[in-house]
Design a protein around this ligand. Structure first.
Ligand code: ZN
Ligand code: ZN
Length: 151
C-alpha cells in the first residue's frame, strides 16, 4: 500500500528522458539516462549528503562505491566513517523525484505515448481549421476598414 502511494507522489521517468523537473534548477540539459538524472538529483536536490572520510588518510568521497574501492585498494584499515553533512548546493525541488518505471509501467507509458500522439494529431487538425477561420475574419475586418477610409 505504501508503495502505491509513492507511485502516486512520484512521476514516472519518461521513456524519452527528461530535463530536471525542478523549475528553479539551473541544469538545462535533457537527460536521456535515468542513472544520470539520479546522480544529478542526489547531488543537488537532497538537503543532506553522506560524507565518507577515511580514518587513516585524507581520502573522502560522497559515494559508497568509491569508499569501498578505496578500502580494497589501500588496505582493510582504510575504513571510512560516515558523517551527515549539509548539502551546500541544495536546491529545494518542490516536486517529486522521477521514479524509474517497472516493466509494466513502461508498457503503460508506451500506450499513453501512442494515445498522446494521436491526440496531438487530432488537435493539429482542429488548429488548422481555427487558423483558417481566423484568417477569414481578419480579412473581412480589414476590408471593412479600407472601405471606411475611402469614404
Ligand atoms: Zn535539478
Ligand atoms: Zn585511506
Amino acid at each position: 500500500m505504501a508503495e502505491a502511494q509513492l507511485q502516486f507522489d512520484r512521476p514516472l521517468w519518461p521513456l524519452t528522458g527528461s530535463k530536471c523537473p525542478v523549475p528553479t534548477c539551473r541544469l538545462e540539459t535533457h537527460l536521456t539516462k535515468f542513472a544520470r538524472f539520479n546522480e544529478h538529483w542526489n547531488s543537488v536536490h537532497v538537503p543532506f549528503k553522506y560524507l565518507l572520510s577515511c580514518k587513516v588518510c585524507k581520502f573522502y568521497t560522497y559515494k559508497a562505491t568509491e569508499a569501498r574501492r578505496h578500502g580494497k585498494k589501500r588496505g582493510l584499515n582504510h575504513v571510512c566513517t560516515v558523517e551527515k553533512v549539509i548539502n551546500n548546493r541544495y536546491i529545494n525541488p518542490g516536486v517529486g523525484k522521477y521514479k524509474y518505471p517497472t516493466p509494466e509501467e513502461k508498457e503503460q507509458l508506451k500506450q499513453s505515448m501512442k494515445k498522446r500522439d494521436k491526440e496531438r494529431r487530432d488537435s493539429i487538425d482542429i488548429s488548422f481549421f481555427l487558423f483558417h477561420k481566423d484568417r477569414e475574419s481578419t480579412l473581412d475586418y480589414s476590408d471593412e476598414e479600407e472601405n471606411h477610409h475611402n469614404n
